[in-house]
Design a protein around this ligand. Structure first.
Ligand SMILES: [Fe+2]
Length: 140
């Protein structure tokens, strides 16, 4: 399958119904789409570093929001642990990329976009939807 990336089109299936989460997810999707526009086959280190840094900082801010919601609302411990783990795995991968870039090892446009696209879509559609369902459940 070609990985010549298309923008992610924000749609109903991505919505969790939790306003703050959906707003932040839209921001992440916009950031992905902007990266998609900015990156070319031979983007240099500066552009890559910019994109990765901005994404990392917004992702960390967003993870904090979700993690606070989980803690405040007493999310099921196993689900919470799995969710936190996915956030940590993303951060670890991105900080590895930052490290590589610092040492001059560039990631290709395709590889970066396919990682981001795959992670975002998969995490939003599965892990975050599960959290959304829990948070939207009327209190017993
Ligand atoms: Fe999440």
């Amino acid at each position: 399958m070609s990985a010549g990336y298309e923008p992610i089109v924000w749609n109903e299936s991505l919505m969790t119904g939790v306003e703050i989460i959906d707003e932040q997810h839209q921001m992440l999707v916009n950031m992905f789409n902007e990266a998609n526009r900015r990156l070319t086959a031979n983007s240099g280190r500066d552009v890559l570093e910019d994109i990765v840094r901005d994404l990392m900082s917004y992702a960390l801010y967003h993870f904090d929001t979700e993690e606070e919601l989980m803690v405040e609302n007493a999310y099921m411990p196993e689900a919470q642990e799995a969710h936190f783990r996915e956030h940590r795995a993303f951060s670890a991968k991105v900080s590895g990329l930052q490290q590589d870039l610092r040492y001059g090892k560039l990631i290709s446009r395709e590889e970066l976009l396919s990682f981001l696209n795959g992670w975002l879509i998969n995490h939003i559609l599965n892990t975050d939807q599960k959290l959304g369902k829990f948070l939207n459940k009327p209190a017993a």
